[in-house]
Design a protein around this ligand. Structure first.
Ligand SMILES: Cc1cc2nc3c(=O)[nH]c(=O)nc-3n(C[C@H](O)[C@H](O)[C@H](O)COP(=O)(O)OP(=O)(O)OC[C@H]3O[C@@H](n4cnc5c(N)ncnc54)[C@H](O)[C@@H]3O)c2cc1C
Length: 288
């Protein structure tokens, strides 16, 4: 059973920020409630005040600009991103990722901001957005600050958000020419959380040499993990199965998975190796 709490419904972002500043650690933001309500039902989180921001239209938008790239407001639902023609045109990997995230019911309620702020290391959006070079904007009564999404995650279910701060926006730079990003999550039931997920982005030179590679792993550590040694190992090289196999082995050595009921540490390392090899090849082929 859920404990008693006060439900607050601010009329604007400004009012939400004032409430956050006033109630501090006694309050929690609620958006779609898809993660928070589970924690509350389990008694793991017991906020005295819930500040509902779901209805704030100020934070519900998707825009694209050739120079600025994609901007997504924090209260935008997974389903809205999945159905967005703009996202589909410029960042098809985001649509594909959303399509495999949870059920339609959860995607209809759950938001991109709630997903990132919840900071489950098995979350799907973070590794994809990190490989795309996303940045987040946080806001409070004291003003705004931005940081690369990669630096946003501190530990299991812990982010850089301060007590009085709210996640406002996610921005993704414009797609680079001759680049492609892919994501695959290994799970046992369709639309379930990842046992391991791997996102890869590859950028090529005109002659097919790999100019840049980004690899980010889901559920292979306390936070989404960049496999930087693996990335370095393929730069300046061309398509080569042996090279990608070596990159997979490096990624596997770089991650820090745990054993749980869904898979042992060894199994997760194996998955990272195999999926990194496959995703590098798949991203490479998608550019050519
Ligand atoms: C059955 C089920 C299956 C799921 N499967 C997947 C899956 O396959 N892949 C995946 O990635 N996720 C999965 N999820 C998680 C789901 O994506 C998230 O629960 C959802 O996106 C969270 O969004 P929300 O708006 O519901 O957040 P809420 O539950 O409202 O909030 C979550 C946390 O974020 C905080 N918060 C919310 N919005 C903000 C904000 N703007 N600024 C600061 N803090 C904020 C809240 O205080 C809370 O701590 C699943 C969830 C369920 C219930």
């Amino acid at each position: 059973m859920i404990h008693d709490f006060h439900y607050l419904k601010p009329a604007s972002l400004g009012e939400a920020l004032s409430m956050l500043a006033e109630y501090g650690e006694a309050c929690k933001i609620i958006c779609g409630g898809q993660s928070l309500l589970i924690l509350m039902r389990q008694g793991m989180v017991r906020p005295e005040y819930l500040i509902d921001i779901k209805h704030l239209k100020e934070l519900d938008y998707i825009t694209f600009d050739e120079k600025e790239g994609l901007s997504i407001g924090a209260t935008t639902t997974h389903r809205t991103i999945e159905k967005s023609e703009t996202v589909k045109k410029y960042y098809p990997v985001l649509v594909e990722m959303e399509r495999n995230l949870a059920s339609i019911q959860t995607r209809n309620w759950g938001t991109i901001g709630g997903n990132l702020a919840h900071a489950d290391p098995a979350g799907d959006p973070a590794p994809v957005l990190i490989t795309l070079g996303a940045e987040v904007t946080m806001t409070s009564v004291n003003g705004e600050r931005k940081m690369p999404l990669e630096d946003f995650f501190v530990d299991y279910f812990t982010t850089e958000l301060k007590e009085n701060e709210l996640l406002k926006e996610i921005r993704v730079p414009p797609p680079e020419p001759k680049s492609a990003c892919v994501y695959y999550k290994f799970n046992l039931l369709k639309n379930d959380m990842a046992i391991v997920g791997v996102a890869c982005k590859v950028t090529l030179m005109d002659d097919g040499t790999i100019k840049d590679a980004k690899i980010c792993l889901a559920n292979a550590g306390r936070v989404p993990i960049r496999a930087k040694k693996a990335e370095e190992s393929v730069k300046g090289e061309k398509y080569n199965e042996k090279l990608f196999e070596k990159a997979g082995a490096l990624a596997s050595s770089e991650c820090e998975p745990v054993s749980d009921i869904y898979g042992s540490e060894e199994f997760r390392r194996h998955l990272v190796a195999v999926l990194t090899r496959r995703m590098l090849a798949s991203a490479y082929k998608a550019v050519k």
